[in-house]
Design a protein around this ligand. Structure first.
Ligand SMILES: C[S@@+](CC[C@H](N)C(=O)[O-])C[C@H]1O[C@@H](n2cnc3c(N)ncnc32)[C@H](O)[C@@H]1O
Length: 382
């Protein structure tokens, strides 16, 4: 798996498409690195002091100050530019995918697969997914355009290369998967699962990285979208890593009790809901074998540690980037939730991001180094 080269299922971008995608990466970097710090300054040097001077007391919360920021032309422009850059990204990637969709659909037909794909025609997509196009991705995770279609998977895979701007492992986008294994190796240095489940796998970015450390194991992966999973299956087969994909809700799967040695998820919990979260933990408890390990990766930001700008920035994710459960996940007491589901040896802490997991590493338990350099890990044992 070479992070610097597109894998065989990756939509191919021609010269003009690459130029457009790179221009959008530059624009996103410019907005994040040059314009966003100005918004923080605007808040700290003008909006907050003026608001508090007028009021005669400190602002009660970040929402009060966000409303003041929303009166500023500069902030309005930043909100618009960020959203437009995101829409431009999906539009550019969508054009590239649609130009070759027939080829991609053909390539996704795999003869003699080593893994498998099970779709569920009656599947009910949870409403926290179906309510909005998360990340503004048109068609979202679950959009499907026919029984042979892989469009949403191709869109997500190519889009992630642009969206992550190289920070999650280039074309493979798999650093989070390596980081999950690194976390397991740091807590249980001799862990050797024989049956693994990755929940909310999308196109399998993290799933394949996890599976690559345990070639003796059978790896399963679930998500909600048929087209997404069809692409994930083809991608895994073409990368020669057998995985059994199925269309299932992580809250209630059809796996038997006591089935898995290791259950993982990567950046999934913040896209669920307050009601789903305990159900997912309960489901992990049900389908793990006694002694099995649950290991969820999440964004390494906690609301309590954030300053006012960080919280206002978080509101952008909810309101404009359509992250349904951003605030809920950043305030969730994962430790208690895991214990309530019956997990033992529960830890919640930061794991350094890595492209290669090493058994016995000591990279867990330090402070957060920020998104992409560290991740929050929630883990426990049944
Ligand atoms: C940000 S993506 C995860 C990315 C992927 N795990 C990786 O590391 O590349 C979130 C995924 O979680 C899936 N998801 C959210 N809720 C789910 C549920 N209840 N059951 C199954 N999948 C779910 C979404 O459909 C989406 O594909």
């Amino acid at each position: 798996m070479n992070a610097h080269r597109p894998h065989p299922m990756m939509p191919v971008s021609n010269h003009d498409e690459i130029s457009e995608q790179l221009a959008i990466v530059d624009m996103k970097a410019f907005l994040g690195l040059k314009i966003e710090p100005c918004q923080r300054l605007l808040l700290e040097k003008k909006v907050k002091p003026n608001f508090e001077a007028k009021k005669g007391e400190p602002a009660r919360n970040h929402q009060e100050l966000r409303k003041e920021m929303e009166k500023e032309t500069s902030y309005q422009a930043w909100l618009t530019m960020n959203s437009v850059a995101q829409d431009m990204m999906w539009d550019a990637v969508g054009t590239c995918v649609d130009r070759q969709i027939e080829d991609l659909n053909k390539k996704a037909k795999i003869k003699n697969p080593k893994g498998s794909l099970t779709t569920n025609p009656g599947f009910e997509v949870p409403n926290y997914i179906s309510a909005r196009d998360i990340h503004r991705m048109p068609g979202n995770y679950h959009g499907t355009y026919g029984s042979e279609d892989v469009r949403q998977g191709a869109l997500f895979d190519r889009g992630a290369v642009v969206y992550q701007m190289g920070r999650n492992g280039g074309y493979m986008n798999d650093i989070r998967g390596h980081t999950i294994v690194s976390h397991c190796f740091s807590r249980w240095s001799d862990i050797k699962p024989l049956k693994i489940l990755d929940m909310g796998c999308t196109v399998g970015h993290s799933t394949l990285a996890i599976a690559s450390y345990f070639p003796q194991a059978q790896t399963f992966a679930i998500d909600v979208g048929e087209g997404m999973l069809r692409y994930a299956h083809a991608r895994a087969e073409r990368l020669n890593i057998p995985v059994h994909f199925s269309q299932q809700n992580a809250e209630e799967t059809n796996f038997p009790d006591n089935e898995f040695d290791l259950i993982t998820s990567s950046a999934v919990l913040h896209e669920t809901s307050g009601k789903a979260l305990p159900k997912i933990f309960d489901e992990c408890m049900r389908i793990l074998k006694p002694g099995g390990v649950m290991s969820h990766l999440e964004v390494p930001s906690r609301m309590d540690d954030m300053d006012t700008w960080g919280r206002i920035r978080g509101d952008y994710e909810i309101q404009y980037n359509y992250e349904p459960f951003w605030k809920g996940a950043l305030t969730a007491d994962f430790h208690s939730l895991a214990e309530k589901s019956g997990f033992k040896e529960v830890t919640v802490g930061f794991q350094d991001a890595t492209p290669k997991a090493v058994r016995g590493n000591k990279n867990f338990g330090g402070p957060s180094k920020g998104v992409h350099r560290s991740w929050l890990m929630i883990s426990g044992v049944k």
